[in-house]
Design a protein around this ligand. Structure first.
Ligand SMILES: Cc1cc2nc3c(=O)[nH]c(=O)nc-3n(C[C@H](O)[C@H](O)[C@H](O)COP(=O)(O)OP(=O)(O)OC[C@H]3O[C@@H](n4cnc5c(N)ncnc54)[C@H](O)[C@@H]3O)c2cc1C
Length: 460
């Protein structure tokens, strides 16, 4: 039964296509092959991309967006606009109101940590594991004066040697090595490398007391290159906006840290460290008045009603590095639709990505690309219906949109505090619904129930 309702919801069909298109291995996406895959797909579909549009303004007629003005490409008109730029620049220019940071009041200054991805060449995963072993043993050796000095920057470990031992050693008493669940990735489990980096470079580990932290890494194996997602920078909503406005370019002060990281890896045997041109921006201000917010609270309740759901998504609300420390950790399994992308102010505009309407904290899960691609699939259907019926995007019936989604999948979002009995009930209900929808499919009966208050039922 658990197979039917796994703890992590299955990916949408479009996300699976995205993985194929980008040539993702088991986990790792190589930016070069992803870029090649996208170019070929756009070419096949005969879609041209106008790069770096450099927005200069917009033309509005009442609550409709008619055209955007671009410095490089002139005036570009359309019936529907989907703003999937990270900071929703078009929506800002169209006068849409935004919720700052991660929510109201104190949270309006908060943002999620920035990352800077780097690639290490000339080092294999096994060499890194040997390095982890070596550093762990040094940190546990009280006679190793230098390694004990590194620990001065980690007061929690200095005070509690047992905790240090627990974090550095596995159950068998061996140094914890990075974990390789797939052939193209590894996850560090030990703080050893982090302690050595901050110790050797005399850099206080952040992100509260200091602006930087070399965290335990997620490593993508891209042929002979190891791509590290581990360097974090303290961030707030103001700095996040600055970085978005500069299209993700690293801030000048970050280069000093990057040079230190390069030095650390080279001095430990790497041949080359390459820095990505853009920072990893996790967060953005969100549209303040979406048709229906996909808030953290709604996620915890199981998400949007099942009749309106495009799919189900599970993700831990992840506010990496945010100092909003009172936010309890949660991993909701929720149904999602697309109506959180529709700002009430403009009838033919959607905002897709971290800037959609997550009412602040919902962004912790809402920022994830797997979700946004799946939302995009529904939004594309809603856009076609809106054009065909000459309706505002928000007036399209979400149930009709759902009826056009690929068959074979029943959403199963559930309240986060479900008891075993609730879960059992949901599992039975899920089985029943799945049988019902298959029956409909094979009997040829129309699945759609149109709500006449929302949509005139012509053409159905
Ligand atoms: C190392 C790493 C690991 C990650 N791991 C995961 C993961 O495991 N799972 C996951 O779901 N997410 C992951 N992410 C996050 C994920 O990659 C991002 O959330 C995702 O790429 C964001 O996609 P987006 O389309 O919303 O924004 P972007 O990728 O930023 O796309 C916005 C696009 O808009 C274009 N644009 C902006 N302004 C203009 C303009 N004026 N004119 C023309 N074009 C413009 C930009 O050029 C860009 O192509 C990871 C990210 C990194 C860096």
């Amino acid at each position: 039964m658990w197979d039917l309702l796994p703890p992590f919801a299955p990916s949408s069909q479009l996300y699976e296509k995205f993985l194929q298109l980008t040539g993702a291995g088991q986990i790792a996406v190589n930016p070069r092959s992803a870029s090649r895959g996208f170019k070929q797909a756009l070419h096949r579909a005969n879609i041209s991309v106008l790069r770096a549009a450099q927005l200069a303004g917009v033309s509005l007629e009442g609550n409709r967006l008619c055209a955007l003005k671009s410095r490089r490409h002139g005036e570009l008109g359309a019936d529907i606009f989907i703003d999937s730029s990270l900071g929703a620049e078009l929506a800002h220019r169209a006068g849409v109101s935004f919720l700052q940071g991660l929510g109201q009041r104190g949270l309006s200054h908060e943002s999620i940590a920035l990352g800077w991805i780097f690639e290490v060449e000339g080092m294999t995963l096994s060499q890194l594991q040997i390095l982890e072993d070596k550093i762990s043993l040094r940190l546990l050796d009280p006679k190793d004066y230098q390694a004990q000095q590194w620990l001065q920057l980690w007061p929690a470990y200095l005070k509690d040697r047992r905790r240090l031992q627990m974090d550095l050693l596995d159950d068998q008493g061996n140094p914890k090595q990075m974990y390789t669940a797939t052939h193209d990735s590894a996850d560090q489990r030990s703080p050893a490398l982090s302690i050595a980096f901050h110790g050797q470079l005399h850099r206080l580990p952040g992100l509260k007391e200091s602006p930087t932290r070399l965290d335990a890494a997620n490593i993508a194996v891209l042929g002979s290159r190891l791509s590290f997602n581990s360097l974090l920078f303290r961030n707030d909503a103001e700095q996040n906006r600055q970085v978005i406005a500069k299209h993700g370019s690293p801030l000048p002060w970050m280069w000093r840290v990057a040079n230190d990281v390069t030095h650390f890896f080279i001095s430990n045997g790497a041949k080359r460290v390459t820095w990505m041109p853009e920072l990893y921006i996790r967060s953005a201000d969100q549209i303040a008045k979406p048709s229906e917010a996909l808030s953290a609270q709604l996620m915890a309740q199981g998400g949007v009603p099942r009749q309106h759901a495009l799919g189900t998504f599970t993700y831990a609300l992840d506010f990496r590095g945010s100092s909003a420390k009172f936010i309890p950790s949660a991993k909701p399994t929720f149904n999602f639709g697309y109506r959180h992308t529709l700002p009430r102010e403009i009838s033919n505009l959607a905002v897709l990505g971290p800037s959609s309407g997550f009412a602040g904290l919902g962004e912790g899960a809402g920022r994830i690309i797997e979700l946004n691609i799946s939302v995009g699939q529904g939004l594309a259907i809603a856009s076609s219906l809106s054009l065909a019926r000459k309706l505002p995007l928000a007036a399209v019936n979400p149930q009709e949109v759902v009826s056009f989604m690929p068959a074979g999948y029943t959403p199963y979002g559930r309240p986060s505090n479900s008891t075993s009995l609730n879960l059992l009930f949901r599992q039975l209900q899920y089985l029943f619904d799945s049988c019902w929808s298959w029956l409909y499919k094979f009997s040829g009966l129309p699945r759609l129930r149109c709500d006449p208050r929302v949509l005139p039922c012509d053409g159905l």
